[in-house]
Every structure is written in C-alpha cells, then in structure tokens.
Design a protein around this ligand. Sequence first.
Ligand code: ADP
Ligand code: ZN
Length: 291
Amino acid sequence: MRLGALEAGGTKMVCAIGDETGKILEQVSIPTKTPEETIPEMIEYFRKAQIEALGIGCFGPIDPNPNSPTYGYITSTPKLAWADCNIVGAFEKALGCPVGFDTDVNGSVLGEVTFGQAKGKSCVIYITIGTGVGAGIYIEGKLLHGMLHPEAGHVMVSRRQGDTYPGKCPYHKNCLEGMAAGPALEERWGRKAVELKDRKEVWDLEAYYIAQALSGYILTLSPEMIILGGGVMHQEQLFPMIRDYVEEMLNGYIKTRQLSDMEHYIVPASLNDDQGIMGALELGRRALREG
Ligand code: ADP
Ligand code: ZN
C-alpha cells in the first residue's frame, strides 16, 4: 500500500511516502509559507508519488468532525494566513484519493499506539512540549475529538510561590503552555533552553508545572501510559523530576500497577521523533479502509 503522510506545522510541512507498516520510504520538509504558495508544492510532491491515500496530522485548531460543513478546515488558528483554510478539500480535489485528517498530536499518539511502545493499549496520552503545548488523546481505542478536539496544553496550572513570570499565553497567562512551553521557558530565564541544561532550578520548575497538568490528565482520563515529546523534552533530566512530582501531587490517592512503575508510565516518545509522520501514515491507511 503506497501512502502519503503530511505533518503540517507552523514552520515546516513534513511530507513523506510510506506504507501501512509505518515504513517511511522518502521524506521532504517544505517551509510553511502561505497556503497559496505551500499547498501546490505539497500537491506536486504527492501527485508524483502516486499515493493511494493521504493522512494529515495538522496544527490547529482544526475541524475534524466529518459531519460539519467546515470539516477538514484549519479554523481559528493564530497562524493567520492559514485560518479558514480547507486543507483536506484542496488535497482531495487535486489528488482524488481518500484523505485522513486529525490534529498533529492525535497523529502522534496514533503513531505510538499503532507502531510504537503503546501498541495494544487502549488509553494513551501524547503531549508535546515545544513551541506550544498540545495533547493527543487515544481513549477506549479511538482518537478523542469531543465537541472540537482536546486543547489540553491550555489547562491552568497554579503558579509556584515565588515565580513572578507572568505567563506567555495571550489567552490565559498561567496555563501550561503559558508557563512551560519552550518560548515561556526561554523568556523566563533569558537564555536558549539548550544553554540552561545545567541549571537544576530551571528543570525543577518546568517539571513542577508539567506534573500539575499530568496529574490532572491522570485523574480525568485514567491513561495507561503518558508519552512526552517535543523539543523541550529532549532535556531528559526532566523525566525523573516529572515522575517524582506526579507521585507527590497524587499523594497515593490512586494505586495501580502502572503508577507503581513510573519509569514505564511517563515515558519519552519511542519512534525517533517519527511518531507524528508515522501516525499520519496510519491516518491515511484508515481513510483508505473507510473509503
Ligand atoms: P515545534 O513545537 O515548533 O514543532 P519543537 O517541538 O522542536 O518544535 O519545539 C521547539 C521549542 O523547543 C523551542 O522553542 C525551544 O525552546 C525548545 N527546544 C528545542 N530543542 C530543545 C532542547 N534540546 N532542549 C530544550 N528545549 C529545546
Ligand atoms: Zn493558554
């Protein structure tokens, strides 16, 4: 099966050709300009590859509801050139093949559940902590949409005593993204995140905020595994700190096999940063199966 995959991001569009086993045969990265410039470039790439279906994991907010008149649109995104862009429609029309569509983070969780460490699990959360914070949720064997799709990077967190940083999210200030995404971290400490590697207090505070959100997700959704990806999570020292804070915050209230084995519960992504593009292949495979 020859499948196309697109991981659509605010700075770059990763386009790949692969198959239903998650194998990536070739891949290119195209800078994200305007839809008028970038969509034809991508169409050209996929047309040449003669794919049978395309899967798109997309930055948002998007409309993933097939019954909605704006299904397949990027909707109210702050990346203004792309607001109200019918991205699915453009590819369907040009390529004439089925197109699967979901958020980038739902794509990533699908990649991990289909091809990675979360295979066989029915309730898994994937969180990216990068330029923004987003969460993909696979629950009871399905990607969660609900009324729109989860925007769990914007849950509020309590400011730690003594932290005077106001928060970077223009909507909420002290939501997780506002307090802990890469740009917030860099603004708070006045340095590039990579240059802060040896500053324990930086990662301690970062872990404190991430753990608050994770504790909320654990209590609400009861995931069997939590996967953390994105640029900031390349700081691997964060993992043990986050696990310790989650344990402290839950304070023994829930007792499960998974929570007693934190090292295998809160984990890094397992697919070499290909979870998003591999998940998009699976979105394409599903679109083909569903016609
Ligand atoms: P995006 O979210 O745009 O897809 P990334 O997930 O790579 O991209 O996130 C980029 C952000 O992650 C940057 O703003 C930077 O603050 C942070 N970042 C990137 N690499 C690292 C790293 N090695 N360590 C810590 N933070 C990083
Ligand atoms: Zn916010």
